[in-house]
Design a protein around this ligand. Structure first.
Ligand code: UDP
Length: 264
């Protein structure tokens, strides 16, 4: 009896230790809230249902988006960690909260493209659908008021946000992530068209991938659908008012989960 009571008690303690206690709100972004927790080197990140596009000029609330992006990001961060890529992800706390390293965000958006679409085709004469080999990597300065301007290499160095060797590190990590994710999604019958990564320094001063990896910041085209609009399974459905946003995000999670149940 005493043994049973002790077991229940210790189980309760480990529950408390595992579930980080939500502290004060540190930051609220367009799609996420970041909360302090009892460990100063960690944060709790809540994925919201808010959807924004075109520098938040277009806004909406999409039921279920937070849960899907949280679960998709967690699965992809785990995959990257298994492949030796450093990320801020530690574990899922619930369906919409993840525990992550507290980081100092580097105000850069690193975009890598395998297929030309989006701003690349709006801003240059490059045709939609052009295969980019090697993948094109661009830096944008993360600043909503400035409209996240694209940076030349010289402007990036002039800004002096990170050293030249850290720029090389960020580029190497981004290209490795692209290779890993492109092959992974190819097996799920999805083309990884392009995506955006953000980086930060963790408490040990190490550069890690931060933010999220989800249909909000990646473009996915369904290889089994040749219709140029029908094949879109990412935030472009929201940007272009195509409808079916949640169904598209569900489809991405379904294929990821099917893959992990096959693997186990
Ligand atoms: N992206 C993002 N946040 C931004 C801008 C772009 O996550 O503020 C992602 C976008 O989802 C796509 C990739 O980065 O996967 C390239 O986006 P692009 O430059 O083509 O911009 P867009 O056409 O969305 O304006």
């Amino acid at each position: 009896m005493i043994f049973l009571a002790l077991t229940i008690y210790t189980n309760q303690i480990s529950e408390v230790l595992m579930n980080h206690i939500q502290g004060s709100l540190i930051h609220e972004g367009k799609a996420k809230r970041v909360f302090a927790c009892e460990n100063p080197n960690r944060v709790l990140i809540e994925f919201k249902n808010d959807a924004t596009a075109f520098n938040a000029k277009k806004r909406s609330e999409i039921d279920g988006k937070g849960r899907l992006n949280c679960k998709i990001s967690a699965a992809l961060f785990k995959l990257l960690e298994l492949n030796g890529i450093p990320t801020h992800f530690l574990e899922l706390q619930s369906e919409t909260f993840m525990i992550a390293d507290k980081i100092n965000v580097i105000p850069l958006e690193v975009v890598i493209r395998n297929i030309a679409t989006g701003s690349l085709c709006r801003e240059t004469p490059i045709n939609q659908g052009t295969i980019l080999n090697p993948p094109l990597l661009d830096y944008y300065y993360k600043d909503d008021e400035l409209g996240d301007p694209i940076l030349t290499e010289k402007r990036l160095k002039l800004l002096d946000l990170i050293s030249t060797s850290q720029i090389e590190e960020v580029e190497t990590i981004t290209r490795s992530v692209n290779k890993i994710l492109k092959e992974y999604f190819d097996d799920l019958d999805l083309l990884l068209v392009d995506f955006k990564l953000e980086f930060g320094f963790n408490s040990l001063g190490k550069i890690v991938i931060a933010d999220e990896i989800s249909p909000d910041n990646c473009r996915f085209w369904d290889k089994t659908n040749s219709d140029p609009k029908g094949r879109i399974l990412d935030k472009d459905r929201f940007r272009q008012d195509l409808g079916g946003v949640i169904d598209a995000y569900e489809e991405i999670l379904k294929r990821i989960e099917k893959d992990s149940s096959n693997a186990s």
